[in-house]
Structure formats: C-alpha cells, structure tokens
Write a protein that binds this ligand. Sequence first.
Ligand SMILES: Cc1ncc(COP(=O)(O)O)c(C=O)c1O
Length: 358
Amino acid sequence: MYQAIYSGKISGNGMFTQKCQKFFEEKFGFRKVLLTTSCTDALEMCAILADVHPGDEVIIPSYTFVSTALAFVRQGAKIVFADSNSQNPNLDASRIEELITPRTKVIVPVHYAGIACDMDPIMDLAAKYELLVVEDAAQAIDSYYKGKSLGSIGHLAAFSFHETKNINSGEGGMLVINDERFIRRSEIIWEKGTNRSEFFRGEVNKYGWIDIGSSFLPSEIIAAYLYAQLENIDNIQSKRKSIWEAYFQGLETSCNQNDVKLPFIPEYATNNGHMFFLVCPDLKTRTSLIEYLKTNGIYAVFHYLSLHKSPYYQPYHDGRALINSDRYTDQLIRLPLYYELTIPDVNSIIDSVKTFLS
Ligand SMILES: Cc1ncc(COP(=O)(O)O)c(C=O)c1O
C-alpha cells in the first residue's frame, strides 16, 4: 500500500490492479480478470454483459445472498428460484431443466461455502438451451470442480474480497470472463462505458463514450492491499483448511450421534476452508445452540434467508415451495473461522458444541 500511495498513481487500473489480475489469470486459469469494488459489482457487470432485459428469466438458488438476484433484477429480470440439494445448500442441478422456459437467459450456480456445484450437467443444459452460466464464486477462491478451478467453468464468474472472505481487501471483488465474446465489452463497462483501457494500451488515439457502464474498478490502494494477501495465499489457505479439518474431526462423532449434519463435500468438489457449517435437526435446536455458544463467549451465526420468501421478492415468486432452501434458512449454523483463530480456540469451541449436543 505504501508503494501504491507513493507511486503517485492511486486511481484504478494501475500496476497493482494489473499484478492482481495477472496473478489470478495465471494461478487459476481464468481467461481474463477485472478487479471490481465488490462481488455485487461483478455480478452487475455479468447481468449487463448477458444482455438481460425486462422479462428475461434467470435461474438462481433461493438460498443465496441478495446480490446474486439483485444484480439481475436491476436489469429487469424475473428471478426463477431453484431449490438447494438435500445434502448441501448448492442448487440441485438435476432439477434445473424443469425451470427452463423460452425466456430463460442465464443460470447462476452459487458455490456455497466454496463447495462446487455440479457444473457438468449445468454446462450441458446451457449448451442445449443456449443459455449463459454465471458462477457466483463469491466464497470459492482456490476451490475446484473435477480439478478445474471454480470461476473458470462458466461463461462469466464473480468473486468477493469482502472482509469475511479468505482473501480480502475490506470491500472488493473480481469479474472473470472466460468467453472471448465478452472481453472487449467487459473492459468498456468497467470504465464507465468508455474505451479508456484501449486508449491506455495505445490501441486507439482517443477515447469516448461508446456503451453503458459504471465506475466498477477499485483504487490502487485496494489492489495493493489485495496483492499483499495474494503473496501469502498458500499460507492463508493452509491455515484455514487446518482449522476446518480440526472442526470436522473434532465434531464428527458427536454430530453423527445427535442428528446434526456436517458439511457434505461431493467427490467432484474440494474444500477451500472458507466456512465451517453444521445443519441442526430443527430451528429450535439451532436457536438454543447459538444462545448456548453466546453464553460461552462464542459468536456462531446463521446465514441466508430464502430469497423467495423475502419481503421484496415474495410477491413476484411463482409460489413453488423450496423446502431445502427453507431448511438451511432455519437449521444451518456457521462456527467461527478466520485466519487468526488458534487451534486451542477451535478445540474449546468444539468442546462447547459437544457439551451442548450431549
Ligand atoms: C454468494 C454471494 N454472492 C455475492 C455476495 C456479495 O459480495 P460483496 O459483498 O463482495 O458484494 C456475497 C457476499 O457475501 C455472497 O455470499
């Protein structure tokens, strides 16, 4: 950050932005990366690039963060909510086809907790019905599906570097463009609808307003902060994964004996140590567990609330019941997981959960 501040160039798209983008492209095999000020921004760029217009339908899991849907709603899309799997909160790929209509334009799989959705059937459906796939990989840095990095499979993908994420810059995100067709336009949308990036590369001798867009790029101060973490990504990841493993091993027996579900990671997916969650047998147990942990000084929290039941979108939802989404809304609990957490702290959290369950 010191280097960025004293370089005299702290607005966007400078040396640190380019270093971050190159790092991601090379390490994870992304075709092209643009840093953004949030994952929400990256999703908004996806909705513009996908040319979503009023009346177009977008298939999104109901169990996700508001931004996944909001970015498309801002373009006038109708959201068709998909239910989650019974085994984990990711959308159930085997039940997407029945949601596709002639108005469907985009499918947005969300890799919950960094655990991959089943991407092969989703990409097959996209090819069959000529749809676009936007991966919401907000939580999925350094995680893989059948050996391919998440974010490199869909036509487009969005990541978050919000402070709750493995790699963070306070607020931050990135857009990944894997489909060549969108590369030129993505740079224009990123730079307020102008071809300024081409001008700075010397490809045109003046730049101007040629499309819609916004100011989606972060400052060099944010990019420099992010880059410092990229230099330590392997260390950060191994620490987070060791915390995750300690939770899993420490809680496995007790959870199995008490009808509490541990995170399910399918064979095709990996764990990136983003989040450790449990699924309680009912809402009452979860509420009591949160309270019990709180009295022991442990801050455990629930997560998303089904979007098809949200005050904003419920009136537009088609009325289908989404039972798994509601189950995770009521029963999922996240245990503390952050880089500075020590293994003795993890062990004492495990002991508290076990005491509660017994
Ligand atoms: C699945 C998902 N998508 C999008 C977002 C939005 O990310 P940001 O805060 O970077 O805009 C989040 C935030 O945590 C998220 O969990």
